[in-house]
Design a protein around this ligand. Structure first.
Ligand SMILES: [Zn+2]
Ligand SMILES: [Zn+2]
Length: 320
């Protein structure tokens, strides 16, 4: 089968064997999405080598021990734990020290015709959610996971910094799941407009009104830039919570004084569970169609990644 591999610092489309992992499901990929994490891996993040890609919708070809899944359209949670350690037994394979992560850590990913995952990672996609929306389940689950790390209620004032894919999904997910007042801070009118219809207030970062300073309980940094980090600190009330959502490759400089003086809590947030995200997609509560910029066949995968790295481009899809 065809697969987009990253090996020895090189990205290339290769012919490889259909994967097989003892006891795991075999899934035929229908659509995959290119994520910033894929681009970061190509720049050296996580030291991963193998088939890239972790956002996908597929069809189950084989599911040992779960014949009811065979032929089903599914999405798949990307972390596979060892199943034996204390964290795994408590149901948190996301932090298992021996985990593999689809297309990120020790496990070939979704930019291929087939992938394997444990049966327990797979969730059937509701019929009313088309592939082009279901492919957003993974990033949307990551967006929903913000509320696992910061308390957000109806009265909470939340600022999301960054109008890329992640920021657009975080702002919408927070609005849809909590009803909180959510403001998205970004640089691009055409992107900010996407979430305005979903009840999210928007403001351009260069036009932040003075009244926004120290006005927010929670700030979500989704821009991946030091400037976004600074903005988040400026917007937070004393004792506010700064949620770091972007994976940086390299180091971030931190001006620690305001964190100490204002007693800011800084928390990291990574992946989330898929079920709430699928439910948001089923309800049509989140706009994703407007986030798709382009689509390529898998045979054009290197070009798709180059396209995804261009400024202003949101989601790029790959179709085997
Ligand atoms: Zn991703
Ligand atoms: Zn484990």
């Amino acid at each position: 089968m065809k697969a987009l591999r990253f090996e020895n610092g090189q990205l290339k489309l290769a012919d490889v064997a259909v994967p097989g992992r003892e006891g795991e499901a075999l899934v035929r990929v229908r659509v995959a999405g290119v994520c910033n994490t894929d681009l970061e891996i190509v720049r050296g993040y996580a030291g991963f080598e193998g088939t890239l890609g972790h956002e996908f919708v597929g069809e189950v070809e084989r599911a040992p021990g779960a014949p009811e899944l065979e032929g089903q359209r599914v999405v798949g949670e990307i972390n596979a734990g060892c199943g034996r350690c204390q964290l795994c037994r408590a149901g948190d394979s996301r932090h298992c020290p021996a985990r593999t992560v689809l297309g990120i850590v020790g496990r070939d990913g979704a930019f291929a015709e087939y992938l394997t995952l444990p049966v327990a990672n797979l969730l059937p996609v509701p019929e009313e959610v088309p592939d082009e929306r279901a492919v957003f389940t993974e990033p949307l689950a990551a967006a929903c996971a913000v509320t696992l790390r910061a308390r957000v209620e109806t009265e909470t004032r939340v600022a999301v910094i960054g109008d890329g894919k992640l920021g657009l999904l975080c702002a919408q997910a927070l609005k849809a799941t909590t009803g909180a007042g959510v403001t998205l801070v970004g640089r691009h009118d055409n992107k900010l407009e996407i979430v305005r219809e979903r009840g999210v207030r928007t403001v351009r970062s260069e036009e932040l009104p003075a009244s926004f300073e120290r006005a927010f309980d929670v700030a979500v940094e989704a821009s991946g830039s030091p400037a976004g980090f600074e903005t988040a600190l400026k917007l937070l009330k004393p004792r506010g919570t700064l949620v770091l959502k972007s994976t940086f490759h390299g180091k971030t400089e931190l001006n620690a004084a305001p964190v100490v003086v204002d007693e800011i809590s800084i928390v990291g947030s990574r992946c989330g569970r898929f079920k709430p995200a699928l439910e948001l997609l089923r309800r049509g509560a989140v706009e994703t169609d407007a986030l798709i910029t382009d689509e390529f066949p898998l045979s054009d995968a290197p070009r798709a990644l180059a396209r995804a790295a261009e400024p202003g481009v949101l989601k790029v899809l790959l179709r085997p």
